[in-house]
Design a binder for this molecule. Structure first.
Ligand code: PEP
Ligand code: MN
Length: 343
C-alpha cells in the first residue's frame, strides 16, 4: 500500500503518518519526490487500512500496489533513481562504463588495466577481490590485499571502484575499501547478505540471479532497500537456459522489462552474459540501444593469461574500439557516454 501525500504536506505530516503506521504495527518508508512525497507501507496490509490512513491530515489518497515489490517499483516512484558515486552519476541521462579485470591478480595487472580503462574514458573500475567460485579448489581471489590494490588504483586514477562481497561478515571490510558493493549472481537470493548490504551506506550493484525471474530480481532489490539502502542498481548478466553456445543467455528483454517496472538504474554485463570476447562488443551496443544506464565489462592486459574469465575478457585494443562504437550508439539513442572524471 502506498500513501500519497498532498502537495502541501511537509515533513512533520509525513512523520505523523509514519508514526501512525508504527502504532498499527507497520513500517513506513518515505520517498520524497519532486512534486510530492509518498510513503510505502511495509508489512502484511489488510483492506481496511486504506480507509484508516486516508483520514489522516495531509494524506491525498492511498493506493493498493499490485506488484510484490514496492520500494523498487515505478508505481511508487515514477522518476528514475540517480545514484552518485564520487562524481559519477548512474541512472541519469548519460551512460556510464564500468571496466576492469574480472579478478585482481597483481599490482601490475590491476594498475595497468586501471590506467588503460581510465584513459579510454571508463567511469568506474571493476575488479574482484573475493571471488565466488563454483569449485572450492579454484582460486578464490586475493581477499584483503586485493581490496588494498583496488584502493591504490582508485587513488591514482580517481575512478570509483566496484567489487564483490560474498560473505555478510565481510560487508563492513569491503565497504571500507570500495565505492559500490557488488552482489554476484550466485548470491542474488542470499537474503542475509542482501540485508547486510542494505544496512551499509554504500551503493549496491545487484546481479540478477542466474535462474531468477525479473520479479525475483526486483524482490532481491527489495531486501536491500527495506533495510534503508535505496542506492541499488540492477545488473543483467545473463541467465541459464538450454543454450550452451554462449555462457549464459543475455536477457535484454528482461533488462528492458526491469527498467520499465523499476526506477532503479540498470547495468548490463555482456562479459558474463556471453562468456566470449568476440560477442561482448555487439552485445554492449545492443544493451545501450535497449536502454541500459551503463555497462560493466571485463578487460585484461593479457586475456590469454587471465586467472579467471580470460575467454570473455577484452584486450586493450578491443576495449578501445568498443568505447568508440559505444560513444556513437549512446549518442544516437540520446544517452551519451558520461564524460570521464579528469585524471
Ligand atoms: C563478476 O562480475 O566477477 C562475477 C563473478 O559475476 P557474476 O556474479 O555475474 O557471475
Ligand atoms: Mn568473472
Amino acid at each position: 500500500m502506498i500513501v500519497v501525500m498532498k502537495q502541501s504536506a511537509r515533513r512533520p505530516d509525513v512523520d505523523a503518518v509514519i508514526a501512525r503506521l508504527q502504532e498499527l504495527g507497520f513500517d513506513g518508508q518515505a520517498i520524497v519526490g519532486a512534486e510530492r512525497s509518498v510513503i510505502a507501507v511495509i508489512g502484511q496490509v489488510y483492506p481496511e487500512l486504506q480507509g484508516e490512513l486516508e483520514v489522516l491530515p495531509e494524506v491525498h489518497h492511498v493506493l493498493r500496489v499490485s506488484s510484490p515489490y514496492k520500494m523498487s517499483s515505478r508505481e511508487v516512484k515514477p522518476d528514475d533513481t540517480i545514484i552518485e558515486v564520487r562524481g559519477v552519476r548512474i541512472g541519469g541521462a548519460e551512460t556510464v562504463i564500468m571496466a576492469g579485470p574480472c579478478t585482481v591478480e597483481s599490482e601490475k595487472q590491476l594498475m595497468t588495466t586501471a590506467r588503460e580503462v581510465a584513459r579510454q574514458g571508463a567511469n568506474v573500475l571493476r575488479g574482484g577481490a573475493f571471488k565466488p567460485r563454483t569449485s572450492p579448489h579454484s582460486f578464490q581471489g586475493l581477499g584483503k590485499p586485493g581490496l588494498e590494490l583496488l584502493a591504490m588504483a582508485r587513488e591514482e586514477t580517481g575512478l570509483p571502484v566496484v567489487t564483490e562481497v560474498v560473505d555478510p561478515r565481510d560487508v563492513e571490510l569491503v565497504a571500507e575499501y570500495t565505492d559500490i558493493l557488488q552482489i554476484g549472481t550466485r548470491n542474488a537470493q542470499n537474503f542475509p547478505l542482501l540485508q547486510e548490504v542494505g544496512r551499509s551506506n554504500r551503493p549496491v550493484l545487484l546481479k540478477r540471479g542466474l535462474n531468477s525471474l525479473v520479479d525475483e530480481w526486483l524482490l532481491s532489490a527489495e531486501y536491500i532497500i527495506t533495510q534503508g539502502n535505496r542506492q541499488v542498481m540492477l545488473c543483467e548478466r545473463g541467465i541459464r537456459t538450454f543454450e550452451t553456445g554462449t555462457r549464459n543467455t543475455f536477457d535484454l528483454g528482461g533488462m528492458a522489462l526491469a527498467k520499465e517496472l523499476s526506477h532503479l538504474p540498470v547495468i548490463a554485463d555482456p562479459s558474463h552474459a556471453t562468456g566470449k570476447a568476440s560477442l561482448v562488443p555487439p552485445m554492449s551496443l545492443a544493451a545501450i540501444a535497449a536502454g541500459a544506464n551503463g555497462l560493466i565489462i571485463d578487460v585484461h592486459p593479457e586475456p590469454e593469461h587471465a586467472l579467471i574469465d580470460g575467454p570473455q575478457s577484452l584486450d586493450f585494443p578491443t576495449f578501445e574500439a568498443l568505447m568508440t562504437a559505444a560513444r556513437t550508439v549512446a549518442s544516437a539513442v540520446n544517452r551519451p557516454l558520461q564524460a570521464p572524471i579528469a585524471v
